[in-house]
Design a protein around this ligand. Structure first.
Ligand SMILES: CCCS(=O)(=O)CCC(=O)O
Length: 249
């Protein structure tokens, strides 16, 4: 089964109105493979979501960088899944390592959030990944399997889930996993899905890589059989994001 390549751009907490308009203009003018070949989603800060959605080309889509998902209303400062649906924002990133580490979002809480976001009609980029300490102790696969299990325990339909493997030690550090390291984890994750969820889900679920992807390393990473795309940080704010989109194989 072929899996459509997926390239997400996580702008994190960056940009002014003018800078956002400039990035969108660059994306709107870019010549990229058709949407049948690559699915492109950009994720601006909440405050720019509707502006980007209103200006972005129709074959690219917008994602929120998180959403609050618990019945009984959202905490001050949060944006609920329902609000994103109301605004016509189709995608949301959930479980990013920065939220897991800094806001203590547990595996179970992330699983609940993924399930609730899907139940509201959102499509989810679900992030998993190990820390440097966990990798150096040899527990990478047990960590990412536990994170994936916490999601699998709460959902039955994976059609609108993209799994994003983010080695925490590669985020914002300039350190990138080697293609072999990324392929090894992606392959093991697909095997875990096959053994614990089902062969069809394993074959169809996009597993994308995130962690210091740029225009120079994207081709080799994209050439790995179980790397189905990227979630790109800093480079997604630069024109080289177009080169990363073009790395779709
Ligand atoms: C899977 C999340 C990756 S991300 O969105 O944090 C980008 C990280 C980077 O490119 O440094």
């Amino acid at each position: 089964m072929s899996r459509k390549f997926f390239v997400g751009g996580n702008w994190k907490c960056n940009g002014t109105t003018e800078e956002v308009k400039k990035i969108v203009s660059t994306l709107n003018e870019a010549e990229v493979p058709s949407h049948d070949v690559v699915e492109v989603v950009v994720s601006p800060p909440f405050v720019f979501l509707t502006l980007v959605k209103s200006l972005l080309r129709s074959d690219f889509h917008v994602a929120a960088q998180n959403c609050w998902v618990r019945k009984g209303g959202a905490f001050t400062g949060e944006v609920s899944a329902e609000m994103l649906v109301n605004l016509g924002i189709p995608w949301v990133i959930i479980g990013h390592s920065e939220r897991r580490a800094l806001l203590n979002e547990s595996n179970e809480f992330v699983g609940d959030k993924v399930a609730y976001a899907l139940s509201q009609g959102l499509k989810v980029i679900a992030c998993i990944g190990e820390t440097l300490e966990q990798r150096e102790s040899g527990s990478t696969m047990s960590v990412v399997a536990a994170q994936t299990k916490a999601i699998a325990d709460k959902i039955t339909n994976w059609d609108n889930v993209v799994l994003a493997y983010e080695p925490v030690w590669a985020i914002g550090t300039g350190k990138v996993a080697t293609p072999a390291q990324a392929q090894e984890v992606h392959c093991e994750l697909r095997k875990w899905l096959s053994e614990n969820v089902g062969a069809d889900v394993a074959a169809s679920t996009r597993i994308i890589y995130g962690g210091s992807v740029n225009g120079a390393n994207c081709q080799e990473l994209a050439g790995q059989p179980d790397v189905d795309g990227f979630l790109v940080g800093g480079a997604s704010l630069k024109p080289e994001f177009v080169d990363i989109i073009k790395s779709a194989t």
